[in-house]
Design a binder for this molecule. Structure first.
Ligand code: GDP
Ligand code: MG
Length: 323
């Protein structure tokens, strides 16, 4: 049934050390905010002063009270047991062992199943300005590179610029964009696009949506309506509801995620703008409080700046110590 399909976790296709080196550059603001200068000395034990400082920084980076407490408690426990035994382990390694299990459960790649009833619908939702349209462009390109045929639906009919923006992405990548005029019914655009994608045997239809925040109830009603469109088109339609969140908004991103999830149910998250913020710790709050797969992270405005979320790579990038 529409909206209920969940995919099992798959390995990320790209895992190169090169990529993780760049990732650490992109995560610089969060990384420096979290751990900069803290572990540069060649200590093998995390002392109380360092623990206190770390606690403050974890909170400031929006890691959230709960995860921060867990991290501090675990590090304390490890510090105590290490003093009894031979303590040779680097604190960064200890930290990694604490942080990795917190993020590993949400590392689940977006995999497009091989299905007979094409297209597979990716419905992209989120409030204005979080990076939906940009993410759609990047994602379309990525899926094309994987050999999928892709079509786009300009479902954000509220802003004329949003339609044009999607069309530019489409032209650039030679991807067909189904659009109607500014102000037309978003559900109708997506319904049309589904029909067109089916008759053209397109693998994946990615639909943009509006994200007006000024009236939350309206936005959610519209989202629910669009969500029902899929069912109306084909009760067996397979889909992914992908929520885009701006990492720079910190705890607000968490609130948005909870609201969208309650209203329409979210299958996956894309966390954007991790390159420009010190609040990248929000990923831990999201993982802890919602446990919804984080499909991709956005680390820049270019087409290649959308990366599958890989927990170990992400934590390695955060824990890179500047020389
Ligand atoms: N630095 C950076 N900027 C991004 C990223 N994703 C989106 N943006 C920028 O955020 C702005 C809003 O993006 P847009 O896709 O129009 O958001 P929408 O309103 O949700 O569709 C644009 O200027 C994008 O270039 C990202 O990962 N990093
Ligand atoms: Mg947009």
């Amino acid at each position: 049934m529409f909206g209920l399909k969940r995919k099992s976790g798959a390995k990320n296709p790209e895992e190169s050390s090169n990529e993780s080196a760049t990732l650490s550059d992109r995560l610089k603001r969060t990384r420096t905010g979290l751990f900069g200068g803290l572990f540069s000395r060649n200590k093998t034990i995390i002392d109380n002063a360092t623990l206190e400082e770390l606690e403050d920084r974890l909170l400031l980076a929006d890691i959230g009270v709960k995860t921060t407490d867990q991290v501090i408690q675990l590090l304390k426990a490890q510090a105590n047991s290490d003093t009894k035994k031979n303590s040779t382990e680097n604190p960064l390694e200890q930290l990694k062992q604490v942080l990795l299990p917190a993020l590993k459960p949400v590392e689940k790649a977006l995999t497009i199943p091989d299905i007979a009833n094409k297209p597979y619908l990716i419905l992209v939702v989120g409030v204005n300005g979080v990076g939906k349209t940009t993410t759609i462009g990047k994602l379309a390109k990525r899926l094309q590179n994987e050999g999928k045929s892709v079509m786009l639906a300009a479902g954000d009919t509220f802003r004329a610029a949003a339609i044009e923006q999607l069309q530019v992405w489409g032209e650039r990548n030679k991807i067909k964009v189904i659009a109607q005029t500014h102000g037309s019914d978003s559900g109708a655009v997506i319904f049309d696009a589904l029909k067109s994608a089916r008759s053209n045997n397109i693998d994946v239809l990615i639909a943009d949506t509006a994200g007006r925040l000024h009236n939350k109830d309206n936005l959610m009603e519209e989202m629910k309506k669009i969500h029902r469109i899929g069912n109306k088109f084909d009760a067996d339609l397979q889909s992914e509801v992908l929520l885009v969140l701006d990492a720079g908004t910190g705890q607000n991103a968490l609130i948005q995620a909870k609201q969208f999830n309650e209203m329409i149910g979210i299958d996956g998250i894309v966390l954007t703008k991790l390159d420009g913020t010190a609040k990248g710790g929000i990923v831990f709050s999201l993982a802890d409080e919602l446990n919804i797969p984080i499909r991709f992270i956005g680390v820049g405005e270019q087409v290649d700046d959308l990366r599958p979320f890989n927990a170990a790579e992400f934590i390695d990038a955060l824990l890179t110590v500047e020389s």
